[in-house]
Design a protein around this ligand. Structure first.
Ligand code: ZN
Length: 257
């Protein structure tokens, strides 16, 4: 059994064949998929998918950093309301973070929103799914200003250096590993060879970042098997071993409450 710790199967990209994509995932052994939130626009689609397959999906609540703009206060209020009314329904706060790749206009607001959502995670004792792009040092600086030494959660689609990876692991984070692992020129193979398997979880980030041989096409949760196989090849262990350990890791992080 594999767990896709980060999938957007509820997104519009799957409107024509969502049910088939879900079945392909289950048949491939990806029996559990975690659905991160983006913003209030996508909550309904996300909840609908989870309700239709309660044993295969879990949902998160949160506001994605690229959805942070002048309306971010309202977005945060919606997340707070979700947790206040039914905290048990959400396995994590996510995806939240900093994204300075596309646009730095709202950097300050992104930082404020991230801090507020980290506080929510702490108050509700939830793990976090963190999205960081072009902002690892800024992220660590932000955490250093916060008086909290350890975290429970995942740096999803990990794209930092080996040293930053160790820094995150020492704080309690796990690294989310997806299709990028299969790309030529990726730094990830070197990183996943050196850090403990206990610090890794698998994810697709579907519909984005499809693994080889599907690179450039729509990604889906069933392709997680390609990520698992690549990780097994790099570490020279059986793919069953990768599946077992990463699934245990995911359960420990997201399902132990
Ligand atoms: Zn995502």
């Amino acid at each position: 059994m594999l767990i896709d710790t980060h999938s957007h199967l509820y997104s519009e990209e799957f409107d024509n064949d969502r049910e088939a994509a879900v079945q392909r995932a289950i048949e491939a052994g990806v029996e559990l998929m975690l659905l991160p939130a983006i913003d209030s626009q996508s909550i309904q689609r996300q909840q609908q998918l989870a309700t239709s397959h309660p044993s295969n999906f879990r949902i998160m609540a949160g506001v994605h950093p690229t959805s942070i703009d002048d309306n971010y206060e309202r977005e945060l209020q919606i997340v707070e309301e979700q947790l206040r009314s039914d905290a048990e329904r959400y396995v994590a706060i996510g995806e939240i973070g900093l994204d300075l790749y596309w646009d730095t206009t709202y950097r300050q607001q992104q930082e404020e929103a991230l801090l507020r959502q980290l506080d929510l995670a702490e108050n509700y004792k939830k793990p976090v799914s963190i999205h960081i792009r072009n902002a690892y040092e800024e992220f660590f600086d932000l955490l250093a200003r916060r008086n909290h030494a350890t975290y429970n959660g995942v740096l999803h689609c990990y794209s930092g250096t080996l040293q930053q990876g160790w820094q995150a692991i020492e704080m309690g984070f796990h690294l989310g590993i997806g299709g990028v692992l299969t790309y030529k020129k990726s730094l990830l193979p070197d990183i996943v060879a050196k850090v403990p398997l206990q610090s890794l979880v698998l994810e697709t980030d579907a519909p984005y970042l499809a693994p080889t041989p599907f690179r450039g096409r729509r990604n889906e949760s069933s392709y997680l098997v390609y990520v698992a196989q690549t990780l097994a090849d790099i570490r020279q262990i059986q793919v069953q071993n990768v599946a077992e350990t990463t699934s245990e890791n995911a359960k420990r992080i997201f399902l132990s409450n």
